[in-house]
Design a protein around this ligand. Structure first.
Ligand code: 4AD
Ligand code: MG
Length: 444
């Protein structure tokens, strides 16, 4: 099958051989005796030129956007000033309509106009995905995923091995409030909030590991950066220090961006979507939680109760984003207090009030990564379960990690949709996945 890609076309002497292309009508423009149809096939755009009798058929006169077509003709190279995509056009000598797209009141552009209300756009996400911006984000997403895998496999030493942990679990990790619970053969089970605990158990036999898996959070509030199901990229590294973790993390993110942007199509898509995107410089800024509290007080940014921030406060989404936007570069926010972080996080030996934890904050989005060193001492972990009100019974397999050759280790989870919202300059993470799941939305 000849596609709209370059590889099938011979441009010698400016003209190519006769090819067959298939695609859907992206746009069309009729002039006297000439019909320009821009065909779209998921790989690219191709301008097709119909002349003479070909412009007078019933199909040509009733053409609608998104109609699928097959066309035959000769490929011509054209000067850049004619603004044909990829400076070429197909001079059509034969075509067929394969599936006519509904027009008038039922046309796609009527069902999902750019000014449609958000509800309509979410109901019609399958049609919105046909749009240039939405499909561009999906292509950047694919390139980013590819880059992550490449980085884990070849750009870091020692490399990380990909594993696929289960999504149905019987442990809560990131707090009971956001658990999706279901009946598992008569027993209580949950959709996983994170694969972290499973990754930790892989270290002894597989070395450093990573996974790309869905995580589920029953978030009650509607925010622009919370999904009920998101793609979680998590890694776990053995025999490391907290500083190693931060260095690894900034290397991974920088390399992923470098690799993704080294592909010209991805680079164009990113900068078309987000013209002001700035490739972050290493090392990222490091800021301790306690210093962030001082910073917020100095800048008169209040906590959720409208009071000045105090040590021990959770830094809420709005305050976090304000701070990140003002500083306007990636920040590693580190050393959060024990009380506001998860039970498994290792305490800082030099200040037992805080943990060896990190959130990576990006302008426009805020937190895109959360990570930490893990408690590797058996007794300490048992005490942490008690403190958290967790029944250790269900965690025996996690606890065993401390019983059979424990090690200093740590890792992190990165929300792919948040990473993309930052890179592609999207207002919400809902634009960064195929079919977003959020409060009260599970269709289409
Ligand atoms: O900060 P979180 O909750 O950390 C963990 O789950 C750790 N167990 C990860 C680890 O260390 N392996 O989540 C990690 C990241 C966040 O920084 C955010 O990017 C993303 O997951 N995230 C969400 N993304 C979209 N919608 C949500 N509801 C999200 N909750 C977390
Ligand atoms: Mg977090």
């Amino acid at each position: 099958r000849k596609g709209t890609s370059d590889k099938d076309v011979d441009y010698s002497e400016g003209r190519g051989s006769r090819v067959r292309v298939t695609g859907r009508v992206h746009r069309f423009r009729a002039q006297k005796d000439v019909l320009f149809i821009t065909l779209q096939d998921g790989y690219g755009l191709l301008q097709c030129v119909l002349t003479g009798d070909l412009t007078k058929t019933y199909d040509a006169l009733t053409l609608t956007q998104e109609t699928s077509m097959e066309m035959w003709g000769e490929m011509w190279e054209v000067p850049p000033k004619q603004h044909a995509p990829d400076d070429r056009e197909l001079h059509v000598d034969y075509y067929e309509v394969i599936g006519k797209a509904a027009g008038d009141k039922d046309a796609i552009t009527t069902r999902v106009a750019p000014d449609s209300d958000p509800q309509t756009l979410y109901d019609n996400r399958h049609l919105v995905l046909r749009g240039e911006n939405s499909s561009s984000v999906m292509k950047v997403r694919a390139a980013t995923l590819r880059a992550f895998r490449q980085v884990y496999e070849s750009e870091i030493t020692p490399s990380c091995l990909e594993v696929t942990p289960p999504c149905m679990v019987q442990t809560q990790v990131e707090g009971g409030a956001t658990l999706f619970e279901f009946n598992y053969y008569g027993e209580k089970a949950y959709l996983t909030q994170t694969s972290q605990l499973y990754l930790e158990t892989c270290l002894p036999s597989l070395g450093n590991v990573f996974c790309v898996a869905p995580s589920f959070r029953a978030e009650k509030s509607l925010t622009r950066r919370h999904l009920s199901e998101y793609t979680h990229i998590e890694a776990e590294l053995d025999f490391i220090t907290f500083d190693d973790l931060l260095t690894h993390l900034e290397l991974v993110m920088s390399k992923v961006i470098e690799i993704a942007l080294s592909d010209p199509k991805t680079k164009k898509a990113v900068y078309d979507l987000n013209p002001t995107f700035q490739v972050p410089e290493r090392p990222f800024m490091r800021m301790r939680y306690a210093d962030a509290i001082d910073w917020l007080r100095k800048h008169d940014i209040k906590n959720e109760e409208g009071q000045p921030h105090e040590f021990g406060d959770d830094i809420a989404e709005a305050a976090e984003r304000k701070m990140t936007d003002i500083i306007n570069r990636p920040i590693f926010l580190t050393h959060f207090p024990v009380a506001i972080k998860a039970f498994y996080m290792k305490k800082d030996p030099e200040d037992l009030r805080v943990t060896e934890s990190v959130d990576c904050l990006m302008p426009g989005v805020g937190e895109i990564v959360g990570g930490s060193m893990r408690m590797d001492d058996y007794e300490e972990l048992m005490a942490a379960y008690v403190r958290e009100g967790i029944d250790p019974k269900h965690y025996y397999w996690y606890t065993d990690q401390r019983k059979y050759g424990t090690s200093p280790h740590g890792g992190y989870g990165l929300g792919l949709e948040r990473f993309l919202a930052w890179m592609c300059g999207r207002y919400t993470v809902r634009e960064c996945c195929l079919y977003p799941r959020f409060t009260n939305r599970c269709t289409p």
